[in-house]
Ligand binder design. Structure first.
Ligand code: HSE
Length: 308
């Protein structure tokens, strides 16, 4: 096989209280990438979308992932990729992670699956570093592995997949751009001990809630006293959306990744759709365009959809 087509899902990182350590994969939106093996050591990139992303491999998220794979294997292998992005860059739904993860999974597949899943995650993290300035795996890991991931550590890499009940995810993506690097720069570098105690209580509660199918515990634990108070000022209508979604029955939610998207978890489809209407009402009132998704946790992660 010399060509493979992969579907790379969007992801919600942080899951409110777990900054840089928790994330989940979504069914929608998802990017499509077609990757071809070359017998010369170069990377060729074609963008089939309107986002005008760079095609120089060193400046492109997928490109740097291919370059890191090529550096590891040596020889004359290269890659040609056609990227069809549906996850808008700067949306907070893991756009760069989808490109990075898709490149790493496709390359590994074409090379005969010579790398472990941890190595695939590590290759993909090079792309995330280009996009946000730091290596973090809370989008990459669930994008590749599917489901919910806990990144206990990145040095050394220690990723734990967390089982969960079926959960519905409603996402609103206001059509404004928040760059992850900017949203990271505004964060405070120190936290108060009382805030840290509250936060790690919530993280432990959230993971336990997922594992025990305890919806109330999940809802109570979706609280962030460290990052959200700083970042939410970048997102118009954030507090109102959150309050009204909970009134509509959502278990809870918050900023998706570094924003501007907002996500909410619900127990059932009808609540998730009611939550979508509430989100739309708030943004109609504010007068900012948006896209919404009502979807579920994607347990597969990056999927090989064709090979030839
Ligand atoms: N954990 C990262 C952040 C995710 O919040 O900056 C970025 O998508």
């Amino acid at each position: 096989m010399s060509t493979v087509k992969v579907k790379c899902p969007g992801t919600v990182a942080n899951l409110v209280c777990g900054f840089d350590i928790l994330g989940l994969a979504l069914h929608e939106p998802a990017d499509i990438m077609e990757v071809k093996l070359l017998d010369e050591p170069r990377v060729i990139i074609h963008n089939r979308d309107a986002y005008n992303l760079p095609t120089e491999p060193e400046k492109n998220v997928a490109g740097v992932v291919f370059l890191s794979v090529m550096e590891r294997i040596g020889g004359h292998t290269g890659f040609e990729v056609t990227i069809e992005k549906h996850i808008k860059p700067g949306s907070g739904i893991g756009s760069s992670a989808a490109s990075a993860a898709g490149a790493a999974v496709a390359a590994n597949h074409l090379l005969g699956n010579i790398f472990t899943s941890d190595e695939v995650v590590q290759f993909a993290m090079n792309g995330e570093k280009l996009a946000s300035g730091v290596k973090h795996a809370d989008n990459i890991a669930p994008c590749i592995l599917g489901g919910i991931s806990l990144i206990r550590s990145i040095h050394p890499l220690d990723i734990v997949s967390i089982p969960s009940p079926d959960l519905y995810v409603t996402v609103i993506h206001p059509q404004i751009e928040v760059r992850t690097s900017d949203a990271r720069q505004i964060l405070k570098q120190q936290v108060l001990l009382k805030d840290a105690i509250r936060q790690w209580g919530n993280i432990a509660g959230l993971v336990t809630g997922f594992m025990k199918n305890d919806y109330d515990l999940i809802g109570r634990s979706l609280e962030d006293v460290i990052i959200e108070p700083v970042r939410s000022i970048l997102i118009p209508g954030f507090d109102e959306v959150k309050r009204k979604c909970k009134e509509a029955g959502a278990l809870g939610g918050g900023i998706s990744g570094s924003g501007p998207s907002i996500f909410m978890l619900s127990k059932d489809d009808s609540t998730a759709k009611a939550v979508e209407s509430v989100m739309q009402e708030v943004y109609n009132k504010i007068g900012i365009d948006y896209h919404t998704y009502v979807t579920m946790i994607n347990k597969k992660g990056v999927e090989i959809v064709a090979g030839y």
